[in-house]
Design a binder for this molecule. Structure first.
Ligand code: HXC
Length: 270
């Protein structure tokens, strides 16, 4: 008799961590209007944080902020900004300080992506993704660092695993995310003496996200061959976020936490 294939159980962070660990803390999250960063924000709020979500589309941000406030009982406000525009980010930070008086945690998550070979990638297309992902991360750090130093807070940068090996049609995002990883590591070393931590979360393919819909080629039925028997869920990334921002991770900085169920290690065999 053969046993049923193993499928990893999906847990909510509140099943493991206390619900008030981030009470009184303020999160500033770019890209928080949807997808993975929305899930990361929701998890932080479920543990007591209030949040500001930042993005380009004010209607979507406002809808998400209202939804997150209603589902978590915490305060979430929307701040419209394109991370490519330092002035807009500065205004978003000012709005945060006016509302909450401080920033403890920053998620640099705003990103852009599409599939294109280098031969089909215009200079502007490459530049656009570099500017959203890499320059946007730099701009977010610059806009927030004084406040994060004051609170001895912490950064999480949302990266990817694409650049660990060559991923066709992803030269622009791979280049941008490699630079994000480098920025985070330098930030950790430079800001450690100020009590600031900086880490990267690198999600693999995550189900029900725009990135997965646009990019993934994991076929139906291929899922059972994955090491943990399922693709990643936004909650998996959210759980890692709660851990990395928590005091349980107070000696973890300058690191990358890959949340991909070991899929990257399997790439050669797919
Ligand atoms: C080739 C393309 C293209 C495509 C756009 N461009 N889409 N080139 N193939 N499919 C080119 C345009 O022609 C233009 O170049 C340049 O890129 C800029 O396009 P705009 O539309 O003017 O830019 P903008 O409005 O700023 O939009 C940015 C974007 C867009 C990146 C192009 O897709 C976006 O904002 N996406 C955000 C949402 C998103 O992608 N989320 C998923 C992230 S997933 P020219 O030369 O014509 O002027 C992720 C993780 C990946 O990041 C990990 C997965 C495993």
């Amino acid at each position: 008799m053969t046993s049923a294939p193993y499928v990893a159980t999906l847990k909510d962070s509140t099943a493991v961590f206390k619900e008030d660990i981030f009470k009184g803390k303020i999160l500033f999250c770019t890209g928080g209007g949807s997808g993975i960063c929305k899930g990361m924000t929701e998890a932080m709020m479920r543990h007591g944080a209030d949040a500001v979500i930042v993005g380009r589309k004010l209607d979507r941000l406002t809808q998400t902020a209202n939804e997150l406030s209603a589902t978590t009982g915490r305060i979430c406000i929307a701040a419209q900004a394109d991370v490519r525009q330092p002035r807009m980010l500065k205004e978003a930070v000012e709005k945060t300080i006016a509302q909450f008086g401080k920033i403890d945690f920053v998620i640099c998550g705003a990103a852009g992506n599409f599939l294109a070979p280098i031969s089909g990638l215009s200079e502007n297309a490459f530049k656009t993704v570099m500017e959203i992902d890499t320059l946007g991360t730099y701009n977010t750090i610059k806009a927030t660092i004084a406040h994060v130093r004051r609170s001895k807070g912490s950064y999480i940068h949302v990266s990817a695993t694409l650049h660990y090996k060559a991923t066709p049609y992803q030269a622009h995002v791979s280049s941008a995310k490699a630079a994000v990883d480098a920025l985070s590591a330098v930030l950790a070393v430079e800001e450690g003496p100020h009590g600031v931590r900086s880490n990267v979360i690198a999600p693999g393919p995550i189900g029900s996200t725009e990135g997965m819909q646009r990019l993934s080629s994991i076929a139906e039925g291929g899922v059972s061959r994955l090491p943990l028997g399922r693709v990643g869920d936004i909650q998996d990334v959210a759980n890692a976020t709660v851990f990395l921002f928590s005091e349980a991770a107070s000696y973890i900085t300058g690191q990358t936490v890959v949340v991909d169920g070991a899929m990257e290690h399997m790439r050669d065999f797919q």
